[in-house]
Ligand binder design. Structure first.
Ligand code: KIV
Length: 282
């Protein structure tokens, strides 16, 4: 396998090959994804929900993103690692966006950054890409705007909304993004956007026509509770496997059957005589 880059990923789109992306937030899981051949890993600010237990992504900070991003980046020999810019780390000004994108590249040592928004963040995308930092844009249902949307709702449903999503896609491409995430966008609109754009479209709840697909990894592993969005497919039921393992451990510890002799350091014990002496001395 060789390192996925903006060049190899663009070539995959040109050849009509689909691109895989998953979210990830830790070193051990990232190693498994990298070895499995996942092309792109997103250290998403969804970690606010999946790793920190918040209701949405708004409380996540730059420091937290950098900490999680660094762990994932260290694990990836092949996957292209993208780090999400958290809420209010790029909306205030172009200078703020550039400075924070630069920090993420230097301190987390990732391959690119992602930020939410279309036309309204045109100048930010332009400035970040001009500094040589690959940008993934994120439009449609942008979770950092969940309060403005009144929840996590499908975008681009009516004609005005569909036009807005398409115009946002064209704007982020013109600004310099090399890929755009389309979240919760109707399938035919996502297909039209994919046809109109030269850059890579990454779908999540946007149908099968996008160039790439992304899912939150706990969702696709069946490890995020019972209620998941309609677009999630469970590729395994790791949540149940983990629960069963935790219960077995709990049972065996309480029954005294773990650890067994083979799981203990027996050979390196001192002689029985010496241990008896220690017993008497103390
Ligand atoms: O934060 C995230 O994980 C994301 C994906 C859902 C695309 O933005």
């Amino acid at each position: 396998m060789k390192k996925n880059t903006v060049v190899t990923l663009a070539a995959m789109k040109a050849r009509g090959e689909k691109i895989s992306q998953l979210t990830c937030y830790d070193y051990s899981t990232a190693r498994l994804m990298d070895a499995a051949g996942i092309n792109m890993i997103l250290v998403g600010d969804s970690l606010g929900m999946t790793m920190q237990g918040y209701q949405d992504t708004l409380p996540v900070t730059m420091e937290e993103m950098i900490m999680y991003g660094r762990s994932v980046a260290r694990a990836c020999e092949n996957a292209f690692v993208v780090l999400d810019m958290p809420f209010m780390s790029y909306q205030i000004s172009v200078d703020q966006a550039l400075e924070n994108a630069g920090r993420m590249m230097k301190e987390a040592y990732v391959n690119g950054v992602k930020l939410e928004g279309g036309k309204e963040v045109y100048a930010q995308i332009q400035a970040i890409t001009s500094a040589g930092i690959p940008v993934v844009s994120h439009i449609g249902m942008t979770p950092q705007s969940c309060n403005a949307f009144g929840g996590f709702k499908v975008q681009g449903k009516g004609e005005d909304s569909a036009r807005r999503v398409l115009e946002d896609a064209l704007a982020v491409q013109e600004a310099g993004a090399f890929a755009v995430t389309l979240e919760c966008v109707p399938q035919k609109l996502a297909a039209l956007i994919t046809k109109k754009l030269d850059i890579i479209t990454i779908g999540i709840g946007a149908g099968s026509c996008c160039d790439a697909q992304v899912l939150v990894y706990q969702d696709m592993l069946g490890a995020s509770g019972d209620s998941v969005p309609k677009f999630v497919r469970r590729f395994a039921n790791i949540g149940q496997i983990m629960k069963d393992a935790f219960s077995s451990y709990d049972r065996e510890v309480k029954a005294g059957t773990f650890p067994a002799v083979e799981e203990s350091y027996v050979k390196s014990d001192c002689s029985d005589e010496f241990l008896a002496q220690l017993d008497r001395e103390y």
